[in-house]
Design a protein around this ligand. Sequence first.
Ligand SMILES: *Cc1c(COP(=O)(O)O)cnc(C)c1O
Length: 357
Amino acid sequence: MLPAGDVRDLARLIARNAPDEQVQARAHAVRMRLNPNPAGQLVPNTLSLDGRPLPGVQHDYTETVLFSLGHGQTAAGDIDGLVTYLRRHPEVTSVLITGGDPMFMGAQSLRRYLTPLLDPSLEHLESIRIGTRSLAYWPQRYVTDPDADATLRQFEEVADSGRHLAVMAYFSHPRELAPALEQEAARRITASGAVIRTQAPLIRAVDDEPETWRAMWRAQLRQGMVPYYMFVERDTGPQDYFAVPLASGYEIFRNAFGTVSGLARTVRGPSMSAAAGKIGVDGIADVGGNKVFVLRMIQARDPFLVGRQFFAHFDPAATWITGLQPAFAPSFPYSLSPREAARPVSPPACPAALPPS
Ligand SMILES: *Cc1c(COP(=O)(O)O)cnc(C)c1O
């Protein structure tokens, strides 16, 4: 999956029994180019409270705070830090618990995070979201596991507190929605009062056909889920291998979107999670002889920018916002993070032969 040049270099080093340190150094350089922390995740997002750092808490968008459990240092105590932070920020109406995958936790651990958020002092908190792939790969978590009922009871408690629990479920293929166990899990979650909203990245060779999305959204709707986002694969990892050009992504989205019931057209995309916010590709248009991408800030750190449209010169090969040039304006309406600005723009590699699925 790595770029061919990197594979060749590494293979050469190994073939001539190069010293370990040399191979490691080369591998490290390759890894760093895979951009393990896109969208400035490392730098601007460390919040603090009374001089104490708040690991795992990220407040990019006015109304939503992201609470990441996969942060390593995030210990159970940090929920107290989050609650204190939320008390002082009445503008925050939504907490998004993310990971790793929070549903890896058993019901008892989950309770340590959910219950404090239901505290009456957090009256302004309207919704709690849990980002998870568990419905696809571990539906027994909600059906037959020993703590399945206890988990769903907690979901009910969120609803009983007058709040909305959104299970943000990742599905990458309609096949993940076919098992009877998954369907039973969805039924049980929905019966708890939670709403399942769905999202997934667009990945070459996995879900880069309109029919895949159409089938996915229709199966989701049947199961009472609300399609929410189609993401553009982030500029991280073996991007050359998995990336779908924005132009194709837009066509895949539009093609699928155009043939589903209005109830499934709650979905937005294709959307890029960049440092400045979520940027959606709204269209490809001809404006006075200029072929352009019509882009829109779906979400933005700067509330002034939310919902605003802007333009970029059309480029059939571009796979990320950093590969685009502004049109009809000297710059995009926001500034890039230093990391984004420095990122070289590589055209997508020729499709490699894929193993049979
Ligand atoms: C996507 C995202 C959110 C949630 O945005 P919505 O548009 O409300 O779904 C919050 N924080 C971060 C950092 C995000 O990337």
